[in-house]
Design a protein. Structure first.
Length: 58
């Protein structure tokens, strides 16, 4: 798994992260990817995107 900061908007103080996992493309039944936020962070509703690594354009 790898996680990197893709961009930061200074005006809105919003970070965009790219998280890549399952590099070998194996089937993962009922897989869970979990990230934790501290008291100063939150997930902006409607902004989570899940893309297939083979077809994604980052």
């Amino acid at each position: 798994m790898s996680k990197r900061l893709e961009s930061y908007d200074e005006q809105t103080r919003t970070m965009t992260w790219v998280i890549e996992y399952n590099f070998r493309g194996k089937h993962i039944p009922q897989g869970i990817l979990e990230d934790r936020f501290n008291d100063t962070q939150h997930l902006v509703a409607g902004t989570l995107e899940v893309r297939d690594r083979e077809t994604a354009r980052f």
